[in-house]
Design a protein around this ligand. Structure first.
Ligand code: GLA
Length: 669
């Protein structure tokens, strides 16, 4: 696979007489791929059943004549007005029962059989036309799935799906404990759609019902996607199929949706403009983890977005740093949204490569430089990916269940996850973010807080530790079962023996509580013990015999309960591994120090040693990719290196702000 530089191109926004100049400028920038058509339904099927692909055929031909490959987006995120007017049942319905109005996008009902019929037909027609066309390399299904519909279609499908899940109402009633508040259902037609407290007269719906609803939305999108994938595969046997996800968006289970795709893609935007390696790389690692495969960054901003509070622009050089950060984490393509702003429409102010007058904007030159980089060194990365010793486990079920009942308003599960990601990222430790259902062979360190625990998850974690792995268990682990019901045992359910500890009680903290560890402060041996605080959440851990207590609570919020109790424990296991239970949400400095210590215990190494803070390093195959932040600095490699971008060789390299090095080890060649 080549490393692609791409752009979203909307030829339908412009008279054909302008296309050739656009495509020539794309080629001059080193762009190698265009994505087309993902919102063009009104031009592809201007009237019901009358298809016009002539303009698309001409656009594809022009792109190909200039050496550009084409990705076709199916246009199903934007049903045309003739359809929504004649068949209002294709429109999504909000929680209050109001249908979407025409004039924006994503206004469709993902559960509408009629809509599925129209989607299948347009996808099939396109696939028949372009599925064996060598100029087209792949397909994107729809665009950023997101809308949830509370229509009658959805209600009907949800109940049918629940019947398949549970088999009987007795089973459903037992799983959801519906004796509570007399919720018991005696007919499937009584089961409501869960609407949020504000709309539902103040009281939230049952946690079991709510979790199943989110799983049903996943199922609805899986069906919606499969409906198109099936017909495209039938006519496009050698073209790939992807979808552009939105990073950590949690509207549905991305692992399920990724199953049928050849690889996942995502759209990365920076509302404030700026790149923060330890925050923004997580989306790449998450997306790579959907299928444990490289991915496409199929959209990112050329400079600025138009939808943030302040749509500030990236610094000079920062757009290039963003592109290389994506590649460093496994992107096979970096594509910009968009080529040129439509004269009207909702996104007039968004960043683009050329202005409405058709001439390059200032960012064009920087993107051209990226095109030059990719042409120069892209081949070095062929067939390579990231190899990580650390996996952080992640689950949509957990995130949903925690959001329904945060218990502390600041308990944001993603924020909690970033407390593990950031300390490792700043140490330039490579990580995978994987499903809680992933196979864990080959990792040294696994970080998990599986709120929803089942035999499968517990079994894999047990196997991992018993074969020498180091496991970090975070707070609220092993709390719920697959129906979002409480486990009738103390946390971590199913893993108490492996952890060598259990949770006696949990506390939402109004303030902070002191935490004192038995670990020496880094670099000041014997000068004192590492200490800090916990906030938001704290668990009173009870160590079992043979388990070491690494930290205890001191004075502070809830200390009449927590004071003196264990906050962090370590259970060593015979195979050399162990389980660290981190029983609280620690302050950033303490969390950083604890994770640094655990990484060392687990024998995990950074990609390169002794890099100055602010230089991000990743490795793909034998290639080291270093990206600098906004401050100039110097890096020293432990061996003689060659930077393939500049041609420089040596051990010490000066880095300008947002500079990039793509290096190999000359000693190994
Ligand atoms: C999303 C969409 C694009 C565009 C951009 C603007 O990612 O997929 O169509 O609207 O946002 O930032």
């Amino acid at each position: 696979m080549t490393l692609h530089l791409g752009v979203a191109w909307y030829p339908e926004h412009w008279p054909e007489s302008r296309w050739a100049a656009d495509v020539k400028l794309m080629r001059d920038a080193g762009i190698t791929v265009v994505r087309v058509a993902e919102f063009a339904w009104a031009d592809l099927e201007p009237q019901e059943g009358r298809f016009d692909f002539g303009w698309l055929e001409r656009a594809i031909a022009l792109a190909a004549d200039h050496g550009l490959a084409v990705v076709i987006g199916t246009p199903t995120a934007a049903p045309p007005a003739w359809m929504t007017q004649r068949y209002p049942d294709v429109l999504a319905v909000n929680e209050d029962g109001r249908p979407a109005s025409h004039g924006a996008r994503c206004h469709y009902d993902v559960t509408s059989e009629r809509y599925l019929h129209f989607c299948r037909r347009i996808a099939e027609k396109l696939a028949v036309c372009f599925g064996r066309d060598a100029r087209v390399i792949g397909w994107q299904i729809d665009n950023e799935y997101n809308t949830v519909s509370y229509s009658d279609n959805a209600r009907h499908e949800f109940r049918r799906w629940l019947q398949r899940c549970y088999g009987s109402l007795d089973a459903l009633n037992a799983a959801w404990a519906t004796a509570y508040w007399s919720q018991r259902y005696t007919d499937w037609s009584q089961i409501p759609l869960p609407i949020s407290g504000a709309h539902g007269f103040g009281q939230p719906h049952n946690p079991g019902l709510r979790l199943k609803w989110r799983q049903f939305v996943t199922e609805a999108y899986r069906r919606f996607q499969h409906n198109q994938v099936e017909v495209i595969r039938a006519h496009a046997p050698s073209q790939w199929i992807t979808h552009n996800f939105m990073g950590f968006f949690d509207g549905f289970d991305h692992y399920t949706l990724s199953e049928e795709l050849d690889f996942p893609s995502w759209d990365q935007y920076f509302p404030t403009g700026h790149l923060d390696f330890a925050r923004d790389s997580a989306g790449h690692d998450l997306t790579r983890g959907f299928k444990r495969k490289n991915f496409w960054l199929i959209e990112t901003q050329p400079g600025n977005v138009n939808w943030a509070g302040i749509n500030s622009v990236q610094d000079r050089g920062e757009t290039r740093a963003v592109a290389w950060t994506a590649v460093a984490h496994g992107a096979e393509a970096v594509c910009y949204w968009q080529w040129r702003n439509a004269l009207n429409g909702q996104e007039q102010y968004h960043g683009s490569l050329v202005a409405p007058d058709g001439n390059p904007r200032p960012i064009y030159e920087e993107i051209k430089r990226i095109g030059d980089d990719f042409a120069r060194v892209g081949a070095l990365l062929d067939g390579t990916t990231v190899k990580a010793d650390v996996a952080i486990l992640h689950s949509y079920d957990d995130r949903w269940a925690l959001h329904f009942q945060r218990h502390h308003q600041d308990f944001d599960p993603l924020h909690y996850l970033s407390g593990f990601y950031r300390p490792l990222s700043v140490r330039n430790v490579a990580m995978d973010i994987l499903s809680t259902r992933a196979n864990l062979d080959g990792y040294r360190l696994v970080i998990a807080a599986p709120h929803i625990m089942d035999k499968h998850i517990a079994g894999e974690l047990r196997r991992f530790v018993e074969t020498g792995g180091h496991l970090v268990l975070g707070v609220r682990s092993g709390f719920k079962d697959g129906d979002n019901a409480l486990w009738p045992e103390r946390q971590p359910a199913l893993l108490q023996d492996l952890a060598g500890a259990h949770v006696e009680e949990y506390y939402a903290l109004r303030g902070t509580i002191a935490v004192k560890t038995v670990l020496g402060t880094a670099g000041k041996r014997a000068r004192g013990m590492l200490q800090g605080t916990a906030h938001i959440w704290a668990e009173w851990l009870v160590p079992h015999e043979g388990t070491q207590v690494l930290a205890r609570y001191g004075a502070g919020d809830s200390d009449s309960w927590l004071g003196g109790q264990a906050a962090v424990t370590l259970r060593r296991h015979p195979g050399g591994g162990g389980v660290y239970v981190l029983g609280a949400w620690f302050d950033d400095a303490l969390q950083d120090a604890l994770m640094g210590w655990i990484v060392a215990q687990a024998g995990v190494e950074p990609v390169l040693p002794d890099l100055p803070a602010g230089v991000h390093a990743m490795k793909r195959g034998d290639v080291y990719i270093l990206i600098n932040d906004a401050e100039a600095k110097t890096v020293t490699f432990p061996w003689r290196a060659k930077d393939h971008l500049s041609g420089r060789t040596g051990k010490r390299f000066a880095l300008a702000p947002w500079d990039v090095i793509v290096a190999s080890n000359l000693a190994q060649r």
